[in-house]
Write a protein that binds this ligand. Structure first.
Ligand code: PGA
Length: 246
């Protein structure tokens, strides 16, 4: 299987001074581990600092969002080719905060996935159910719909990654049980294989939502979990490296 991906979603955090301070400390303390990569998702304003930091190879970075158009009169937006020009290798798509706070739909996600792949980047698509959907026992139906839609326009010969992030677990300290995570990840893996044949086995499937150094080992024990997408606990070098090193 793939390398294990430890992804840091910084959301709308860290000034340029704070990014510089983080990168200085991170470079000093980081020790690469076999088969484990780190992917940073800083704000777009910090991308040039990542580019200039020349971080060692198991470390990559990407954008948190982009528009599906490559360029043009879209004031305030960022395109996938612009992210590529700053050395990004990835771009998050469809994070629940974008879906709920900014009205991003499955159709928007599908267009962005294609645009990101066309720019040579890897889309990391976030999917997951709300608390209401979970209580209504709609989890599998919701993630199936979101994954299917995200794959609708995806280029089959280009890489893609997914992160299962239950919305109710994001930033709340609540985490599904290991059995619940295993159930969803196994279901999603089967769906990927159904849609992509054998290559579906190699599509990274991350878990996100309140991952921290206390629960990371248990979640990592789930066979179909190929990485973490970490918000709060990725903002400090110590906690990020603790999770990376489990
Ligand atoms: P969290 O965020 O780790 O703070 O719950 C995860 C995410 O939103 O990707």
């Amino acid at each position: 299987m793939n390398r294990f991906l430890v992804a840091a979603n910084w959301k709308m955090n860290k000034t340029s001074t704070e990014t510089a301070e983080f990168l200085r400390e991170f470079k000093e303390k980081f020790q690469a581990r076999d088969h484990r990569d780190i992917i940073f998702f800083p704000t777009a304003l910090s991308l040039s600092q990542f580019q200039e930091a020349h971080l060692p190879s198991p470390i990559a970075y990407g954008g948190q969002n982009c528009l599906s158009q490559p360029s043009g009169a879209f004031t305030g937006e960022i395109s996938a080719p612009l992210l590529a020009s700053y050395g990004c290798q990835f771009c998050l798509v469809g994070h629940s905060e974008r879906r709920t706070l900014f009205g991003e739909t499955d159709a928007d996600v599908a267009k962005k996935v294609k645009a990101i792949q066309e720019a040579g980047l890897i889309p990391m698509v976030c999917i997951g159910e709300t608390e209401k959907q979970r209580l209504a026992k709609e989890t599998l139906a919701v993630v199936q719909r979101q994954m299917t839609e995200a794959l609708a326009l995806a280029l089959t010969d280009k890489p893609i990654a997914f992160a299962y992030e239950p919305v109710w677990a994001i930033g709340t300290g609540l985490v599904p049980t290991v059995a619940e995570i295993a159930e969803v990840h196994t279901f999603l893996r089967q769906l990927l294989v159904q849609k992509r044949g054998n290559s579906g086995e190699n599509i990274p499937l991350l878990y996100g939502g309140s991952v921290n150094s206390q629960n990371a080992r248990d979640i990592d024990s789930v066979k179909e979990v190929n990485g973490f997408l970490i918000g709060g606990a990725s903002l400090k070098v110590a906690s990020l490296l603790e999770i990376y090193s489990i």
